[in-house]
Structure formats: structure tokens, C-alpha cells
Design a protein around this ligand. Structure first.
Ligand SMILES: [Zn+2]
Length: 625
């Protein structure tokens, strides 16, 4: 019987899954385009035209007709706090993608009403005031009005947190609570905390306040992570490199993803890093890990990839662009010990560094070790962020065999960056062209979930257009990437950071069967529409993990979101809006709104005896008499 236009034969090794009638971008210069792929045992077995794949179709082969859609290699977010994000996802109200503060506050109000006593409403990153039509943050009065009794915590980047009165009470802030180092609890004339917390410039105050909210029990953490990974699959993401983070301790907070890996229930491949949590004890932590685990341990689904993105706390320069660049103390002593220990034991690392000033100091330490023949010793290492890295530092990074991982933090913080450092500095932040010209490995990521959104297409749009979510063009022309290059940063780039460039990031025979069928053609849509792309079919290791539109039903359902008051159960994650270039979608939206408005008017007139029931027309309107 013909299956989607292909008659099955009796091949010796039939494919499990075939995708045909597609515009496949393979990322392979030897064969850049194809229309079909055949997959068996999680690996791509053939790439070619539909006719080439036919001999691999057997009676048990699932054949997917891509309806001429664009297929790309699965995306790889090289800097995502995916493990922590998963543990918290179903407890968070995500404002990612919301285009007006009015809508954001309506969501918050509704969520406050459906949140049980003892729980909090948390809006924890993935948005900034720049995305709202109103171009402003909510006021504390608005938060208190929206949620009079339920604690509300709203994190705005790593700049500030807004707490309503109930959250101030729940967190125990009073007039007597002292400001912690690097943070400010803003007080009113009466000396009482107002609810505004400022990272000045460290984000620890914001983090530690959020840590006072209740956490999920173990079973819900597992489900929360599964839902978060599926939400990432929705955008065609199939791999991520976890950057660890504050309050993410090893091994305690890694148990959930390890359990999912054991069960074979991960739908995203994760390479993870280990990040010392306590200032003053970093070397002890690193020593303990070196004694118990090794980079490379795990498998292609979950693997340890080294240390970082912090190695020692004193070396971390927080990127609060509304505050002056932090003045770091003398951190080199402990930092050198940490790097030396890692190198001697075959541990690569990633290192958070926002500003060139920090990068220069780090490089001086690496060069000193290199002079002793101790760096990098064949270990993979990279800088994360590097918004203001100089040409000279890039030369030094290249000389030491380092890589760079860039994120679209300026999508969300671009206005703040421009206000402090000026448009010319923003045009070079980060200097992508200078990185690529030196042949450096550059990987793309988001830095979600507490700064940027986890939607990789917002980051790809930033790489291509150079625009922030406010619409302002930040990047200089030479720092804007063509679409293929931007996609390479989000596919092969990440694969190179984990040493998987031979099996990931391209759709070639022998590669992992990780791919996405997109709802719009990334290569031809209007530039502004790139940020609105989603996947209609995401495949990881040959398994369909996300299916929408014409493929709905092909991915196994997840258990319902638990707890039932979860904001995700009501609102989902990223809030999609119509792509601006799709005039049809916009038109449909306007018509829908107009129809709703006219229904409302009709009901209003009916209630006042000015309309005939069942006849939604204007003649009864007094204006027409
Ligand atoms: Zn970082």
C-alpha cells in the first residue's frame, strides 16, 4: 500500500523514519540541499532526493511528508541554564514573547487568583521592559493591585526584582533588614522596604530572595523538566550546553536530569558543567569533583563537559548594564589555582566574562600557565558572553586555542547598554566579525532562562538583524551574520564546544538524527519574522519529540502539568504572536478582534433593547434612525 506517495519495498535494513518532500538545509558544503532523509537507530542513514530514499522504505517505516517545508539540523543552545530552568519551569509565569505590559499584568492577576495559599507567583526572566508596547516595567502599585494577598516576585534581567507587599512579608524583609553586599533593598520615606530590590551590581540579593519561595517535590521536578524540554523542542532545539549557575549544586540538583536520562525520557541532549557554589570553598568543590567524576562521562544524551561558567566567585563580572562595570578585587591567586588544578586533571572549562577588562586579567593567568606548558593541555576551554572583548584579547584567545560562546543578552538589555556605553560601543557588542575573522570557534546561545528568553529564534533574529527586541538596530553591519552563518553558530558551534562536531550540527550520513521541520522558511522569510519561527516536527535521535500543525499527534503526550495551579498549565510557556511579515496572519487577527468587538457591541445593544436577537446588524442602532 502506498505510504505518502512511496511504495514500501523489502529493504534489508529499512529506515525507521523517512522525511521527504522537504527543503533540507544540511549544513554540509558537499551537499547543501536535499529533499529527503532516512533514519535508522537514531542515526541518519541516507540524505538525498526522494527517489534516492525510496529503497530504504519498508513496511514498518514511518514516512513523513514535510509538505515542502524547510528542514534544518536540530538547534543547539550553547549557553542555556536548562537544568535549573527545568526544575522551576512549571512554577513560573513566563512573560517570554508577551508584547504588552497590559497583557502581562492580566496574566499575573489571573495567576494570583489561581495560586493556592503558601505559593508564590514568579516571573523569572525571559523578558524585558523593552519588549512591551508601553516600554516600561510594572509599578509596585500595579503588582499590589493585581495580587493583594499572593506573594509576587518579578525578576527583571539581573537588574532588579519587584516584590509586592505579600512577597515582602513572605520573604521576611523589614525596615531592620540590612542591605547585603552588592545589593540594595530600596526603602521609602518611612524606612520600610518598598518592594524594589536592585542588583548593585551583584544579582545575589535577587537570587537569594527567590530561593525563599517553595520548591517542587521530586516527582513534580521530573515532570517540570520534561515539560520544559518539550517546550524547547517546540522551537526545534535538540541540544543544549548547560552553564550551571547559582543555587545549582552538584550532584543534588542534577539528580532530576540524571533520572530522566536513566529512564530514556530526555528529549533534549544536555552537556553540563559544574559550578562551585560557595565563595571561599571553590577549590574544595573542584577538588571533590575531580576526585569523583570525569569530563566526557555519560553518553550522547547527558554528558559532563567540564567546569564553569564560574570557577571562583571573585572573578565573576555581573552584566548589569544599568550599573557601572563592577570593580573586581584581586582574584588572580585563587583563580590561578583553580585553573591549574583543572588543567592538570584533564578538565576543560567555560568561563563567564562580560567585559574586556576581566578577560584580559583571565588571559594573563592562562598565559602564565601556558608558559609553564600547563595550558590548555588539550583541554577545551571558552569564554562566555564577551560583549566588550577587544581585538587584542581575541588574538590572545586564538593563540591559546580558546573558543567564545555569545548570547543575545543585548536583545533584552540593549537599551540599557546603549544608555551607559553609547551606540558605537553597542554596535560592536559582541564583535562577531572580529571573532569569525580570526577563525575562532563561535557558538550561539541565549543565556536563558533568567536573562533572555529560551526561544532560540529570538537569538537567531538578533544575530541576523542586529536588532534588540525593542526593534532598535544595535549591531554594526559587519557584525550582522548571514542566515546560514547564524544557523551554524546555533548548530555546529555548540557541537564544537562538546567535541561532537562529527556527529552533530549537520544533516549528513552518520550524524545523529536531530532535526526540525520549520513552520516558515528561515532562509526566505522577512527578517522580522525569524523571531516568530517554530518547529512543526522536531526529531531527536530519530524520535519525534514535538509535533504540531499537520503533524499533530505524532509525538507522545506528556502527563498533564502538575501542580494543577501551575502557570504553565494555564498559559503555556513562550507566548507566540503573529509574525509581522505575514500580512495574512495580521489580517486574520484584526478580523478576529473586529468580530469580537462587534459581538460585544451586539450583546450590549441587545441588553438595552436596541438590537433584534439573532440579527447582528446595525439598522436598530439609534444612530441610523
Ligand atoms: Zn554567565
Amino acid at each position: 500500500m502506498p505510504v505518502a506517495g512511496i511504495r514500501p519495498g523489502t529493504p534489508e535494513q529499512p529506515a525507521d523514519l523517512v522525511v521527504r518532500n522537504a527543503k533540507v538545509f544540511t549544513n554540509d558544503p558537499r551537499r547543501p540541499q536535499a529533499t529527503a532523509l532516512a533514519i535508522r537507530d537514531g542515526v541518519i542513514r541516507a540524505v538525498g532526493e526522494d527517489a534516492d530514499i525510496v529503497p530504504l522504505v519498508g513496511p514498518g517505516t514511518r514516512v513523513v511528508d514535510a509538505l515542502g517545508r524547510r528542514v534544518v539540523p536540530g538547534l543547539n543552545d550553547a549557553h542555556l541554564h536548562v537544568i535549573r530552568g527545568g526544575l522551576n519551569y512549571v512554577m513560573e509565569l513566563r512573560w517570554d514573547g508577551v508584547r504588552s505590559l497590559r497583557r502581562a499584568l492580566a496574566m499575573l492577576r489571573e495567576q494570583a487568583e489561581r495560586t493556592p495559599a503558601g505559593q508564590w507567583v514568579r516571573v523569572v526572566g525571559g523578558w524585558s521592559a523593552d519588549q512591551f508596547a508601553e516600554r516600561r516595567l510594572p509599578t509596585l502599585a500595579e503588582l499590589n493591585a493585581a495580587a493583594p494577598d499572593t506573594p509576587v516576585f518579578v525578576l527583571h534581567l539581573y537588574q532588579s526584582a519587584l516584590l509586592n507587599k505579600a512577597a515582602l512579608r513572605a520573604a521576611g524583609f523589614t525596615r531592620d533588614t540590612p542591605d547585603p553586599a552588592g545589593g540594595q533593598i530600596v526603602r521609602g520615606h518611612d524606612g520600610e522596604p518598598t518592594g524594589l530590590l536592585i542588583a548593585a551590581p551583584g544579582a545575589l540579593l535577587l537570587y537569594s530572595t527567590l530561593a525563599k519561595a517553595p520548591t517542587l517535590d521530586e516527582a513534580d521536578k521530573v515532570d517540570s523538566t520534561r515539560h520544559f524540554l518539550r517546550e524547547l523542542n517546540r522551537f526545534g532545539l535538540t541540544s543544549a550546553i548547560d552553564a550551571a549557575g547559582g543555587f545549582q549544586s552538584f550532584p543534588e540538583n542534577y539528580g532530576t536530569v540524571m533520572e530522566l536520562a536513566r529512564r530514556g525520557e530526555l528529549t533534549l541532549r544536555i552537556a553540563y558543567h559544574l559550578f562551585p557554589q560557595t565563595a571561599g570553598q571553590e577549590l574544595d568543590d573542584l577538588k571533590r569533583w575531580i576526585d569523583t567524576v570525569r569530563p566526557g562521562e555519560g553518553d550522547e544524551w547527558l554528558r559532563l563537559n567540564g567546569a564553569g561558567e564560574n570557577l571562583t566567585w571573585a572573578a565573576a563580572d555581573f552584566e548589569n548594564f544599568t550599573e557601572p562595570r563592577p570593580q573586581l578585587g584581586a582574584y588572580e591567586g585563587e583563580f590561578e589555582k583553580a585553573v591549574r588544578m583543572l588543567m592538570e586533571h584533564g578538565w576543560g572549562f567555560r568561563l563567564h566574562a562580560t567585559y574586556d577588562g576581566t578577560i584580559r586579567r583571565d588571559l594573563a593567568v592562562f598565559e602564565k600557565l601556558a608558559a609553564e606548558g600547563l595550558f590548555p593541555q588539550g583541554n577545551r576551554w571558552l569564554f562566555d558572553h564577551a560583549e566588550t572583548v577587544s581585538a587584542d584579547s581575541l588574538d590572545r584567545i586564538a593563540a591559546l586555542g580558546g573558543a567564545v560562546s555569545v548570547q543575545n543578552r543585548l536583545s533584552f538589555q540593549g537599551e540599557a547598554f546603549v544608555n551607559r556605553y553609547g551606540a558605537p560601543a553597542a554596535a560592536e557588542a559582541p564583535p562577531l566579525r572580529a571573532m569569525l575573522d580570526r577563525g575562532l570557534t563561535v557558538a550561539g546561545g541565549t543565556d536563558a532562562t533568567r536573562v533572555s528568553s529560551y526561544n532560540p529564534w529570538v537569538a537567531l533574529h538578533w544575530l541576523v538583524s542586529g536588532r534588540a527586541i525593542s526593534g532598535r538596530r544595535l549591531a554594526a553591519e559587519h557584525n550582522r551574520l548571514d542566515r546560514a552563518r547564524a544557523l551554524e553558530l546555533f548548530t555546529l558551534g555548540g557541537a564544537r564546544l562538546t567535541g561532537e562536531q562529527d556527529v552533530k550540527g549537520r544533516l549528513t550520513v552518520g550524524s545523529y538524527a536531530d532535526l526540525a521541520v520549520l513552520d516558515a522558511d528561515y532562509f526566505t522569510v522577512e527578517e522580522a519574522d525569524i523571531a516568530h519561527i517554530e518547529s512543526v516536527l522536531t526529531v531527536v535521535g530519530g524520535r519525534i519529540v514535538h509535533a504540531a500543525a499537520e503533524h499533530q499527534g505524532l509525538a507522545a503526550d506528556l502527563p498533564a502539568v502538575s501542580p494543577d495551579w501551575s502557570p504553565v498549565a494555564r498559559f503555556g510557556g513562550y507566548q507566540a504572536t503573529p509574525a509581522p511579515g505575514l500580512a495574512g496572519a495580521q489580517q486574520a487577527d484584526l478580523v478576529r478582534e473586529a468580530a469580537a468587538a462587534s459581538d460585544e457591541q451586539h450583546a450590549w445593544r441587545l441588553a438595552r433593547g436596541r438590537a433584534v436577537p439573532g440579527q447582528n446588524a446595525a439598522p436598530q442602532d439609534p444612530c441610523f434612525f
